[in-house]
Design a protein around this ligand. Structure first.
Ligand SMILES: [Zn+2]
Length: 249
C-alpha cells in the first residue's frame, strides 16, 4: 500500500490536546497502512469522546471510517457549530449520569452537592470504570486520556483544569446541566437520594447538641447518613454560592 498523508484541522478547544506549538490547530501525519479515523484522531492525542463531528474531505463520517488515501480531516467538539451536518453529530450534548475516576473526589463531592448522579469509588480500577460507563451509559469523567480512548467508552470528558471548582464548571457547561441542578438532594458519601426524616426516627444517630438545636433532617436512602442544617451545611452553602457565581461569570 502506498504511504499517504492525513492533515488534521481542529476547531474549538480541541487544540488543547495538540502539542502546544501547533499553529492554527493544524497537524499532519504520514501513514503506511489503512487506519480507522478513531485511531488517527487518537494518535494525535485527542480522545474520541471529545469529538462531536468528523469531516473527511468535507464529508461527515463516524469513528469506524477507514482512511486509506490522502485526507483532510476536520474535527469539531460539542457545542461548536459547523453550519451543516447537525444530524451527523457523534456525542450526546446532555448527559445526566456520570462515573468519575478515582482521583476526582472533590469534583464528585461538588457534583453530588448539586444533585448530580455520579458513581465513584476511589479504589476503582480502569477496567471497572470503563465497564460502568459502557454498561450504564454513564459519561466518564477523567484526566487520563488513555482511559478515555478505550473503545467501549462512548461518552466522556477530559477535565482541562486540575482545580475542582473549575472542573465542576467545565462539567456543568459541557453537559448542559444548569437546568437540572437540585442542591442537597443527594448523599455526598454514596450518591443515593435523600429523603425527609422525622426527628424521632434519626434521634439515635444525633449528637446531644444536634438533638437540642435541630428539628429538620434528611436521611440517605442508601447508606442511612443523616443530614441537617448544621455547621457542615453552612460550608456547603458557601461552596454552592462559589459554584453559582463562577457559573454565571
Ligand atoms: Zn448515602
Amino acid at each position: 500500500m502506498n504511504p499517504f498523508t492525513v492533515r488534521l484541522h481542529v476547531y474549538g478547544d480541541l487544540d488543547f490536546f495538540l502539542p502546544s506549538k501547533t499553529p492554527g490547530g493544524k497537524v499532519e501525519r504520514h501513514l503506511n497502512e489503512k487506519t480507522s479515523v478513531k485511531d488517527v484522531i487518537e494518535s494525535f492525542g485527542i480522545p474520541h469522546p471529545e469529538v462531536d463531528l468528523i469531516l473527511v474531505n468535507g464529508n461527515p463520517v463516524d469513528f469506524g471510517y477507514t482512511v486509506t488515501v490522502d485526507a483532510e480531516i476536520e474535527l469539531y467538539p460539542p457545542r461548536i457549530q459547523s453550519s451543516n451536518f447537525t444530524d451527523k453529530r457523534l456525542q450526546a450534548l446532555t448527559i445526566t449520569e456520570f462515573v468519575a475516576d478515582g482521583h476526582l473526589g472533590k469534583l464528585v463531592r461538588d457534583l453530588r452537592l448539586l444533585g448530580i448522579d455520579v458513581a465513584y469509588d476511589a479504589a476503582a480500577e480502569d477496567r471497572q470504570l470503563v465497564e460502568i460507563a459502557s454498561r450504564n451509559n454513564r459519561a466518564l469523567l477523567t484526566r487520563d486520556r488513555r482511559l478515555l480512548m478505550h473503545a467501549a467508552v462512548k461518552h466522556g470528558y477530559y477535565l482541562r483544569s486540575q482545580n475542582p471548582l473549575e472542573q465542576t464548571i467545565e462539567v456543568l457547561r459541557r453537559f448542559d446541566l444548569g437546568f437540572i441542578l437540585s442542591p442537597f438532594s443527594r448523599c455526598l458519601r454514596c450518591n443515593a437520594l435523600l429523603e425527609p426524616a422525622e426527628k424521632e426516627k434519626v434521634i439515635g444517630q444525633l449528637e446531644p447538641l444536634t438533638k437540642i438545636y435541630y428539628d429538620k433532617f434528611r436521611r440517605c436512602t442508601g447508606c442511612g447518613q443523616v443530614y441537617w442544617s448544621g455547621s457542615h451545611f453552612t460550608k456547603l452553602q458557601k461552596r454552592l454560592e462559589q459554584i453559582r457565581a463562577k457559573l454565571g461569570s
